[in-house]
Design a protein around this ligand. Structure first.
Ligand code: ADP
Ligand code: MG
Length: 591
């Protein structure tokens, strides 16, 4: 007797369901995609008990005729592609024709649907993949699909579901990302009758992002827009200071499909390189448009993972786009003093602000001047111009990527410098500022293979441990490329003959040990950034160093020439601004 049997349709569907329907969120995803493919402009998602009891999605899309509705729950039934050629140019979100069949196999499913031309709707009820009933029903144009008791007949799968909170989080992630991408579609997400997300239709993407990620973010978003051959990148990134402790506000879309792709995400982080503080995660919503021939969305039944041809080039373009956007914008953070010192509990006296009574800072001195007269804040301007409010100041600053003109006033706590600028006061961290300058100067020389070298007349000798000797000989060439000529003198004694001039403020030995120590973390090529950052940190003026105004002026001038002057290379701010308006509030000159 033959042993091979064909699987029953029912079993095939249950197996397929295992791939397509991993959890409630996968159902939400498939159903939203179907609604979008049906050109819906309004999608309501209702969830009961984190999707375990109920997932209900209603749309106002095209709807289905009776026969199509009956076919829709058959495996490999799709209205979206019909030939192999189509597979390579899919523009719809669905195309495999297995979602509804799979979902139906593992739940109690009901479809109510009506097209524009039909007078009444059609209702179809299934249980575990079997038809229970069908018939006419009163309905609006569009489709409502209700999925109850997911996995009720596959207990093993049900057992693998995570906690309610986790499952719900996955659902929110799905709805949020589709809402982000489709500003022309309104999304409403309800869980056990509470509204979790309400994203109305809006005109532009910035408004859409802030309705979903939060209003506060709108001001901090920078537009990204580049076109490279066969690649378009658009969207928004938030300024580094809006970076978060979690990765919840990151979204990537490729050809209008929400994707998860580690390479692309890493490319975005790379673009934020040296402006993000450790363990901070950037906020971004980026849309990539690629030649559809170059991507394969058919690698996984859930279609969130995609394969991209020439991924390295695409990644490089993404990194460049992010980097350029950061460089083209003014990233100085504006600190809200009033928010930090809450006065609201006390009764506020009313002060009227009279400009003529402002005291003008008089200690100007030629040497203190960082910028030529016409660029600096002149006394006249300060006294005559109305105080700019914070929003205007933000607008002013965001119009230009130019380093703000400022007048240095002096050092505070041997750590910070104070500088006046139009509409506010800057606090600058002397160490962070200098660190950024040294970092960028060295990187520029290194990238140009043109490192200025200082030769030590007598050389400096030092002893290396066995571990250090191994590290040194494995990386000798790369170390030389960084400007260090080091030779073995005898035994464990080595002699440093040259070092990069930028770091000549430091003891050569100290620098060299820094390098060897960093090298324990991996190959020099991979960690050269770490090394440069550490050297810059070591060589920069420290908090606690007494720095004169002319000395700091020089640092500030160099800082103004940096590509990313607003943070140190570790991503800590180098400066922040307090607006004159804030000061007025603080001194109760203004309510
Ligand atoms: P796919 O989306 O891959 O084609 P599905 O199983 O998700 O496969 O859906 C099968 C078919 O059912 C679709 O091709 C579409 O014609 C129809 N359909 C599903 N959902 C909707 C909807 N919300 N509105 C209109 N038609 C739908
Ligand atoms: Mg589908």
């Amino acid at each position: 007797m033959s042993k091979i049997k064909l699987l029953t349709e029912d079993l095939i569907n249950k197996i397929a369901a295992g791939e397509v329907v991993e959890r409630p969120a996968s159902v939400v995803k498939e159903l939203i995609e179907n609604s979008l493919d049906a050109q819906a402009t309004k999608i309501v998602v209702e969830i009961g008990n984190s999707g375990k009891d109920l997932i209900k999605i209603s749309d106002n899309g095209l709807g289905m005729e009776e026969e199509d509705a009956r076919n829709s729950i058959l495996r490999h039934a799709t209205s979206k592609i019909s030939s192999v050629e189509d597979l390579f140019s899919v523009s719809s979100l669905g195309f495999r024709g297995e979602a509804l069949a799979s979902i139906a196999a593992v739940s109690q499913l009901s479809i109510i649907t009506k097209t524009k031309d039909q007078l009444e709707g059609f209702n179809l009820v299934m249980e575990g993949g079997l038809m229970i009933s069908e018939g006419p029903i009163a309905a609006q144009q569009g489709t409502t699909i209700e999925v109850r008791n997911l996995f009720y007949n596959t207990p093993a799968r049900k057992k693998f579901l995570k906690t309610d909170a986790v499952e719900l989080r996955h659902i929110i992630e799905i709805v949020m990302n589709y809402a982000l991408l489709n500003k022309q579609v309104s999304f409403l997400l309800k869980h056990d009758h509470h509204i979790l997300l309400n994203s109305p239709t809006v005109e532009d993407m910035r408004a859409n992002i802030s309705s979903i990620y939060g209003l506060g973010l709108a001001k901090e978003l920078l537009e990204v827009s580049t076109t490279a051959p066969s690649l378009k990148i658009s969207g928004y990134i938030a300024k580094p200071f809006s970076a978060r402790n979690d990765k919840n506000q990151q979204a990537l879309f490729v050809n209008n499909r929400w994707v998860k792709n580690n390479d692309l995400t890493a490319a975005v982080y790379e673009g934020f390189h040296s402006v993000l503080f450790v363990n901070k995660h950037p906020v971004f919503v980026l849309l990539l448009e690629l030649d559809p021939q170059k991507i394969d969305v058919n690698v996984h039944p859930q279609k969130t993972e995609i394969k991209i041809d020439q991924i390295e080039e695409v990644c490089a373009a993404v990194t460049r786009a992010v980097k350029e956007t950061l460089q083209d914008n003014n990233l100085v953070p504006i600190i809200d003093l009033a928010a930090e010192f809450e006065f609201s509990s006390r009764k506020k006296p009313v002060y009227s602000f009279e400009k003529s009574k402002q005291t003008i800072l008089q200690n100007r001195h030629e040497e203190n001047e960082l910028f030529p007269e016409e660029e600096a804040v002149s006394e006249k301007q300060t006294s005559n111009k109305p105080i700019i409010n914070e929003d205007d100041l933000r607008k002013e600053l965001s119009k230009t990527n130019k380093f703000p003109a400022m007048k240095l006033l002096g050092q505070v706590h041997k750590t910070y410098f104070l500088a006046e600028t139009e509409g506010g006061v800057f606090f600058i961290d002397q160490h962070a500022a200098h660190e950024r300058v040294l970092y960028e100067q060295f990187m520029a020389e290194y990238m140009a293979h043109d490192i200025a070298i200082q030769t030590l007349l007598r050389g400096e000798t030092m002893e290396l441990t066995a571990v250090e000797k191994v590290l040194f000989s494995a990386n000798q060439e790369a170390i030389l490329a960084m400007g260090f000529l080091v030779e073995n003198f005898e035994g464990n004694t080595y002699i440093i003959k040259t070092l990069p001039s930028i770091f000549n403020r430091l003891q050569p030995k100290v620098l060299f040990h820094e390098i060897l120590d960093s090298l324990k973390g991996g190959k020099l090529e991979e960690i050269k950034e770490v090394i440069v950052t550490r050297m810059a940190c070591r060589a920069a003026v420290m908090a606690g160093d007494i720095i004169t105004l002319p000395q700091f002026s020089e640092i500030l001038t160099s800082l103004s020439e940096c590509a990313l002057p607003y943070t140190c290379p570790h991503g800590r701010p180098s400066m922040f601004l307090t607006t004159a308006e804030e000061l007025e509030k603080k001194f109760k000159r203004k309510g």
